[in-house]
Design a protein around this ligand. Structure first.
Ligand code: NAD
Length: 497
């Protein structure tokens, strides 16, 4: 069986704690890999390697950093297929979706290649007689990233390329459920010429994470995962003096107004709800149908959902793969089983689905629940599976109020032909990312990604300008060069002449 170890100081370091986790192929249910779980001491070794590398990397030239990043970009581009295959083997998502994940991660590497523009700073000359003021941004030191299972390559790439471009060094703790892609990303970075210790990967679970959160040499923590853990990360790491951005879970709503193109809305709802088997933090998990269009919309969603081909991610015919673990599959199924008793109409029940020849895979079919009451568990919880809840509202105002009552505020979308209504929605809805006739409005790399409310703890969104700000701290330098006219004591507060 394959073993995934740690990557510290530019080389593979075998796990020494004696504790391992199991990685499963979700399509077959077979354990394929064991992953080393780092002890606190092993985390300390990774942080020490990063701290030592920071001594030179933190002061390296922008030209040196960007030349590594350009080489890295080329290597990642050449290895897209290999990274995507690793993702499919451990996560289960279909190959085309895995390739899409790699492409969206590459966007942030490309952004990092242009860090020269982002770090230019600001200069004001002659703010007072012979006085100039410069605002510059400098790296923080060692920063840590903790990432979820659902995007094993993209979410790490949301973090470390920009962090290292800004001059920091990095310790990544990927998901223990699908750790191989992160190790390949680190190996390719070394091949691109990244100095040893600038990017380190420690595998494991809570022990490793909790050590990073309190380590005195870790300056900042980026986290992406579920809301309860995001809250724990934010509380603990800020209490230990660290800068934190902790992105949490979601329940993303799509508001469909009666004037919308219902075919386009149904296409979008099915793609966004069931893509990657619903295991996306930006998946649409609740459609709010306004007015009379509800019945027709549900019929159109059903018609499309019934045609989705489910199968192993490496079969080109598959449109949707299995869920990450057997336990998660069973949990998702329990929401569908409990829905009718809590007042929902079960239009499609995918819980009995399996794939011939792959009976031990973590399969579940597509489920569609209509007229779901807002107090039903299927609506209140983040299910993170292929279950779409439809809720009904009589008016636009009722629909927006329903969305804004959600504790989460990650992504949302409105489907309409009415520009005025769409504009109102953009301003009134409480979410960090809004789509207008776009169901999954994941911002491009040069705009930042982040939700509101329980979907993000901390002031900074991830990547884009917010990412650069998160991974740097500001400094303002006020300069006056001596002149015979200057001089004399003045106890007044500095003012300008
Ligand atoms: P998770 O919260 O279980 O795990 C995320 C990371 O935290 C993993 O590295 C894991 O090892 C670690 N972790 C888990 N339990 C921990 C604990 N008790 N103490 C310390 N660390 C712990 O999330 P997941 O199941 O891997 O990913 C799915 C979740 O991530 C969903 O809720 C999804 O919405 C969310 N997500 C959010 C975004 C976003 O951008 N907001 C993006 C992707 C995923």
């Amino acid at each position: 069986m394959k073993t995934v170890n740690h990557w510290i100081g530019g080389k593979t370091v075998e796990g020494a704690s004696g504790t391992y986790g199991q990685v499963t192929d979700p399509a077959t249910g077979a354990v394929t890999t064991r992953v080393a779980f780092a002890s606190a001491e092993e985390v300390d070794a990774a942080v020490a390697a990063a701290k030592s590398a920071y001594e030179t990397w933190g002061g390296s030239s922008l030209a040196a950093r960007t030349s590594v990043l350009f080489a890295y970009r080329a290597l990642l581009d050449a290895h897209r297929e290999e990274i995507a295959r690793l993702i499919t083997a451990e996560h289960g998502k279909v190959h085309s979706d895995a390739l899409g994940e790699v492409a969206r991660g590459l966007e942030i590497v490309e952004l990092a290649c242009g860090i020269t523009t982002q770090l230019k700073g600001e200069l004001s000359t002659q703010v007072s007689s012979r006085v100039d003021v410069a605002s510059i941004r400098q790296p923080l030191g060692v920063v840590a990233g903790i990432t979820p299972f659902n995007f094993p390559a993209m979410v790490p790439m949301w973090m470390f390329p920009l962090a290292i471009a800004c001059g920091n060094t990095f310790v990544l703790k990927p998901s223990e459920k699908d750790p191989s892609a992160a190790i390949l990303l680190a190996e390719l970075a070394a091949e691109a010429g990244l100095p040893d210790g600038v990017l380190n990967v420690v595998n494991g679970g809570r022990t490793a994470v909790d050590r990073l959160l309190v380590h005195p040499d870790v300056a900042a923590v980026s986290f992406v995962g579920s809301t309860p853990i995001a809250r724990h990360i934010h509380t603990t790491a800020t209490a230990h003096g660290k800068r934190v951005q902790a992105l949490g879970g979601a329940k993303n709503h799509m508001l469909v107004l009666p004037d919308a193109d219902l075919d386009a809305a149904a296409d979008a709802a099915v793609s966004a709800a069931y893509g990657s088997a619903g295991e996306r933090c930006m998946a649409i998990s609740a459609v709010v149908a306004v007015g009379a269009a509800g019945d027709e919309l549900v019929a159109k969603i059903r018609e499309r959902a019934e045609k989705i081909k489910i199968g192993p991610g490496d079969d080109p015919a598959s449109e949707m793969g299995p869920l990450i673990t057997k336990a998660h599959r069973d949990k998702v199924a329990s929401y569908v089983h409990g829905a009718a008793a809590q007042g929902a109409e079960v239009v499609l029940d995918g819980t009995g689905f399996t794939v011939e020849g792959y009976e031990n895979g973590h399969w579940i079919g597509l489920s569609l629940l209509d007229k779901v009451p807002t107090d039903a568990d299927a609506y209140r919880d983040e299910i993170f599976g292929p279950v779409l809840c439809v809720l009904r509202a009589d008016t636009y105002e009722e629909g927006v109020a329903l969305i804004n009552a959600s504790p989460w505020g990650n992504g949302t979308a409105v489907f309409t032909r009415d520009g005025g209504a769409a504009r109102r929605f953009q301003l009134e809805v409480e979410a960090g990312m809004v789509g207008v006739n776009v169901p999954i409005p994941v911002p491009v790399g040069y705009h930042s990604f982040g939700g509101w409310k329980d979907s993000l703890f901390g002031a900074h969104h991830i990547y884009g300008n917010d990412g650069v700000h998160f991974y740097t701290r500001g400094k303002v330098v006020t300069t006056r060069w001596p002149d015979p006219e200057d001089g004399g004591v003045d106890l007044g507060f500095p003012s300008h002449r």
